[in-house]
Design a protein around this ligand. Structure first.
Ligand code: SF4
Ligand code: SF4
Length: 403
């Protein structure tokens, strides 16, 4: 079968790596990374095979290979690569490259290649959301102590920015994000399934195994089974559980999910801006989720600042951007939790509230373009991988004898 070759592929992927330092051209295909990778569970040559694809310019095959998403960046391969080719950073850069190629607008690619474009897009989205939110503001009434709207509770904040307006923008946002992600998801499914068929693997993709494969991928993503396996099979560590990479990543993800559930339930069932006590279940869930997320983000960011150990010693701008945007969103969310109980929210309180909503909207609208998209693509890749492994249904004896 003929393969289209893109001779510039490696250079393109390099631009997605940290500071343009990535250079897997040194790789001489020895296979050591495959031997040491705790997740190389079959004979597919993971991760060496995808590195080879990039070296020879097989872009179509690389983008259709779910293996790039099966890596959890433990760094074992990078630490033991005899050529210091940094396969872990290659896998991370290949994932960023795939996100940019699954994006139909081309914006993700520009953002990954240029930090300035990334910041500019963020500022433009922020300015747009500020103007949009304030275009329906309820008016400012300064209280005797400098407060806007004297009174208690979230109802005051939602006088400043009407809750119905936030809801309407939120619904529109989910439609835009859904459409954008749907394009990327279909692109990935089409590429992976076509490649497997063309490569002669011809997996059956039996319909009966579809839901179990999705379930397996979702539970895997939620309980970090592969991530934990990744650590358990490498050298024993004395690090306490609460500092291990899988747990730190887990607190960020579980915390974010808790906040998302709390916000969604409020959105659906609670009258907008209605005051609730601090022990209201969804408020507590959101608070605990925010604290868990902040804990994970603090450790993750401090490790990248210290940059002493693999895999935190090299960070791309997209790594920093995603972590900082998420941290700022969570931090302003937690501050807003305090502001809603202030007797007279000050100008600082209203600014915090507005900033939080704008950052949350930025985070969501930029999801298909940033590292945040890995949540969707990794889970999808795991599901497709699992589905492809499912055996074809057995033909009944009668059907076989009739054939
Ligand atoms: S990345 Fe390193 S360990 Fe892996 S095949 Fe290449 S040279 Fe060998
Ligand atoms: S970083 Fe870890 S999981 Fe990823 S390819 Fe290397 S050894 Fe395997």
């Amino acid at each position: 079968m003929a393969h289209a070759i893109d001779v510039a592929l490696m250079d393109k992927i390099k631009k997605h790596g940290p500071g343009g330092t990535l250079d897997v051209s040194a790789c001489f295909n020895c296979g050591n990374c495959t031997a040491v990778c705790p997740l190389a569970e079959d004979s597919s040559g993971f991760p060496r095979r995808v590195i080879r694809m990039a070296q020879v310019g097989m872009e179509k095959e690389l983008l259709a290979d779910e293996d790039i998403w099966r890596c959890y960046a433990c760094g074992e391969c990078t630490q033991t690569c005899p050529r210091e080719a940094d396969p872990m950073q290659f896998m991370a850069a290949a994932r960023s490259y795939a996100i940019s190629r699954y994006d139909a607008t081309g914006l993700a690619g520009m953002m990954y290649r240029s930090a300035a474009v990334n910041v500019l897009v963020f500022l433009l989205f922020s300015a747009f959301f500020v103007l949009l939110l304030l275009s329906h503001k309820g008016g400012l009434e300064m209280g005797s102590n400098g407060a806007i709207f004297s009174g208690i509770g979230s109802s005051r904040l939602f006088q400043f920015i009407p809750g119905e307006w936030v809801h309407s923008i939120g619904v529109a946002l989910f439609v835009v994000i859904g459409a954008s992600l749907a394009f990327g998801v279909f692109s990935m499914i089409y590429r992976v399934m076509s490649k497997k068929n063309q490569a002669g693997e011809r997996p059956a993709f039996p319909f009966a195994a579809l839901l179990p494969s999705i379930w397996s991928a979702v539970t895997d993503a939620l309980n970090h089974r592969r991530f934990r396996n990744c650590e358990q099979t490498t050298e024993p560590t004395n690090e306490p559980v609460y500092r291990r990479a899988w747990f730190v990543h887990g607190t960020i993800m579980w915390g974010f999910l808790a906040m998302l559930i709390a916000t969604t339930v409020d959105f659906l069932f609670k009258p907008i801006g209605s005051p609730v006590p601090p022990w209201y279940s969804m408020r507590l869930l959101g608070l605990l989720g925010g604290l868990a997320c902040l804990y994970g983000l603090t450790i993750a960011i401090s490790r990248r600042i210290r940059a002493k150990e693999t895999p935190y010693d090299k960070s791309s701008f997209s790594d920093w951007f995603f972590l900082m945007l998420l941290a700022a969103t969570v931090l302003t969310g937690l501050l807003t939790e305090i502001v809603v109980y202030m007797p007279h929210p000050s100008i600082f309180g209203y600014a915090t509230f507005l900033t939080h909503i704008v950052l949350a909207m930025d985070l969501l609208i930029m999801m298909p373009l940033t590292k945040f998209a890995h949540v969707v693509y990794r889970t999808l890749a795991l599901a497709l991988h699992q589905w492809a492994l499912a055996p074809a249904p057995q033909k009944s004896t009668a059907a076989v004898s009739n054939a």
